[in-house]
Design a protein around this ligand. Sequence first.
Ligand code: ATP
Ligand code: MG
Length: 565
Amino acid sequence: MRWTQLLIPTLKEDPADAEAVSHRLMVRAGYVRQLAAGIYVYLPLGQRVMDRVTAIVREEMNRIGGQEITMPILHPAEIWQQTGRWDAIGGEMFRLKDRGGRDMCLAMTHEEVVAWLAAHEIRSYRELPQVWYQIQTKERDEARPKSGVLRTREFLMKDSYSLDRDEAGLDAAYERHRQAYTRIFARCGLKIHVVESDVGMMGGAGAHEFMAPSPAGEDSVALCPACGYAANTELARSRPAPQPAGGDAVPFGEVATPGARTIDEVCACLKVPPALTIKALMVMGPDGPAVALVRGDQHLHEKKLAHLIGPFRPAHREEVRQHAGVEAGFLGPVGLRLPMMADVCLESGRYVCGANTADAHLRGVVPGTDFAARFVDIHEVVPGDGCPRCGAPLRVDQVIEVGNIFKLGTKYSKSMGAVYLDEKGEEHPIVMGSYGIGPARIAAAAIEQGHDADGIIWPPAIAPFDVHLLPVNPKDAAMAAMADAAERALAGAGLAVLHDDREDRPGVKFKDADLLGVPVRITVGSRAVKEGVLEVRCRRTKAEVRVPPDGLVEAVRQMREAAAA
Ligand code: ATP
Ligand code: MG
């Protein structure tokens, strides 16, 4: 394809609003344009990348027996009311009314439609198992659309759903998806961690996420290099470094700490390290006030706590005063009559904590003896914490979630009446699984993992073209003829060629070639005309070879393979 016949609006400067590398490069290299916050147009290059990603996804879904269908984006409210998600989901759902005043919404996901379809079409165990999938638009009014196509309000998703008669069937479908996903991400050239994850708004029995390591990620995962433990930090457990031997080894009693409210101030005042103190935080949950306790050198993980008590917010100063009779800085667990959640690492040791009296703290406090609490894992995992399985130091990586798999169970089939009859004519709810992948996130994550100062470095399998053919001066008839012949030969061999036939300065064209990130560049310069050799260059390694025209296809093939390795 000829550049002059395509829309490839490359920019000389970085867009001002882009923070993530993938955002900056996709805009600069002419892959996408933003229509409104979190709403994008895919230009020809962007579309070609998406097509390649979705082709890989389709192949692997078909390989595990997935049947492609298309479900609507516009939904009647009733199916969402039936599963309870019409009320459970807040501002993330786009809602509207039709001309008759009936409530409708735009699809955030399709469990409801799948369960509705199963309720109507599946009667007997003979019709199970099934795997249905689609590659379809989702609409979500994300609170913070950002980072280009990594988090948008309208995006493409491959979502599949497994229908089985029992847990064993679900386990098998889940495992097949796990393998299909592993193949998809490997073929797309992404580095991935597969981690245990929280089930979130989906509900259900178990879940894994496929995480692409990148500093642009909004998630983090805890990884054990020794035993392979891997979990989203939203649920990762860990063994923090133990408290210094003996803990706060002084007799139990109150000490004056005038004006010392924060952990740092208390530590400075009493000359103790933060690991000897307890941080008490009052929160307002669905059942009223509660107190979370973590060791002074640790941080409360809000999502872990929310998992235990439901959605909460930090208590205001007046609320702390009202429920504990003290200023927040002197709040402590001893004698407090409120539900208390203490982090597991407080189960042993002796501590300093707030005395529930102004300007005072308690010392030598033994959790479990001096106060009662529910011991739960609510601390944030930090690098170096011990692995919960083997004790080796954990790593914490920033990651982009590119896919996930959920064991849904019967939550949706029960509420939607999706049942089947077994051999004896007895009715059972269908056991479901749900599995998502974001093609745009795959593309953006590939850029986050593959770029340099000059531009994108695509994994060959998802690059918009296989070869970037660059005649230095297309006005030179001999050069143009050589480039045309090269294009024909490469296209004939099934390679997708971008032929930069622009009559621009060579410097501009070379810069654009690096920016676009096509894996292999072929330069047709005066040397090619004089000596009959073409220059073939790898975008990733910058390795160059010179080959005669009849060796071109083979040289490109070899270079693509090397670039994919
Ligand atoms: P996140 O936690 O990042 O919001 P999610 O858990 O809401 O993701 P799912 O609902 O499980 O994601 O969607 C499945 C896949 O769809 C994700 O793994 C991701 O690849 C993609 N995806 C989800 N939300 C977006 C979005 N706003 N923009 C682009 N892709 C998305
Ligand atoms: Mg989300």
